[in-house]
Ligand binder design. Structure first.
Ligand code: AMP
Ligand code: MN
Ligand code: MN
Ligand code: MN
Length: 276
């Protein structure tokens, strides 16, 4: 089976490496098909494509769109998109639009919790002023020595219900699927195992996604446990979804799974790249 890695982040969103470094790392790790999927942002894709092409590494243009569904944040990955499609570009710009205000509120709440200067502190880690994310705050709080790693900083400061958490309304599921499909892409639910839905709510999410034209779910991802690889392989078969595989790599030392280092998809699923 091909070593496909169809989910990772550059410093155009909350990854630490520039697109060209990701391409080189994917190539060095034996990746056969590579997608870069920055959060709500496609402006790094041109650079990624040039670098991948120079390395003879098959490249897939991607994006990871933040949506709000049933009061939770869910991520929808788009693969094989035309990143110049105007509806997609405008939709992503609107989705990014609320991030600066949200970051100021996160900073104010952290200040009230005894951590001053977090907005400026997070900005030091931001590669793209259009995309300030909780990950950048996390790096600042770790730098201050208040948490030892990303897991702890989300558990103590930035996760839902914690002092620095600011609820945010992102795009809708329908928006994200329409933007991706309108740009010629394939829509995939990212890391379903990370959401805290009941079985009933998951069923509603999967049905609604399918009805909207959604095609796949991530099965083997750096955000899943080994048990979840098999569980979501079954889910894919039950709903007739294609199965995707991606490390969700954000940077050396920050991600559990490096580019190209995931196990293969479980048997019996249809890979999302089967007809590419
Ligand atoms: P945002 O889009 O600003 O809400 O930031 C979301 C990002 O924070 C995700 O894409 C992850 O990179 C990171 N993140 C969220 N929760 C965790 C966690 N528990 N551990 C590590 N990183 C996390
Ligand atoms: Mn991220
Ligand atoms: Mn995600
Ligand atoms: Mn991701």
């Amino acid at each position: 089976m091909l070593n496909a890695d169809l989910h990772c982040h550059s410093n155009f969103s909350d990854g630490t490496l520039p697109p060209a470094d990701l391409a080189a790392r994917a190539k060095a790790h034996g990746v056969d098909i590579w997608a870069m999927t920055d959060h709500d942002e496609v402006s790094g894709i041109a650079e990624a494509r040039v670098a991948a092409t120079a390395l003879d590494l098959p490249f897939v243009a991607g994006v990871e769109i933040s949506i709000t569904w049933a009061a939770q944040t869910v991520h929808i990955v788009g693969l094989q998109i035309d990143e110049k499609n105007q509806m997609l570009v405008q939709g992503l710009a609107a989705t990014r639009g609320g991030r600066e205000q949200r970051a100021r509120e996160i900073s104010a709440q952290l200040e009230a919790a005894g951590i001053p200067g977090a907005f400026e502190g997070a900005l030091k880690f931001v590669g793209n002023p259009d995309l300030i994310s909780r990950t950048h705050f996390a790096r600042y709080i770790i730098e201050l020595g208040l948490s030892k790693d990303l897991h702890d900083v989300f558990a103590d400061y930035l996760g839902e219900g914690k002092p620095g958490f600011v609820p945010h309304r992102w795009a809708t599921l329908q928006n994200a699927v329409e933007w991706i499909r309108g740009a010629g892409g394939v829509a995939v639910i990212a890391h379903p195992g990370r959401y805290k839905f009941s079985d009933l709510a998951f069923d509603a999410l999967f049905q609604e996604f399918k009805d909207l034209g959604g095609a796949g779910i991530e099965v083997t991802t750096g955000s899943h446990t080994v048990d979840q690889y098999d569980y979501y392989a079954k889910v894919a078969k039950t709903y007739g979804f294609l199965a995707s595989r991606g490390s969700d790599f954000h940077g050396p030392g920050e991600s559990r799974i490096d580019l190209g280092m995931l196990p293969p998809l479980p048997h019996g699923v249809t890979p999302v790249w089967h007809n590419w």
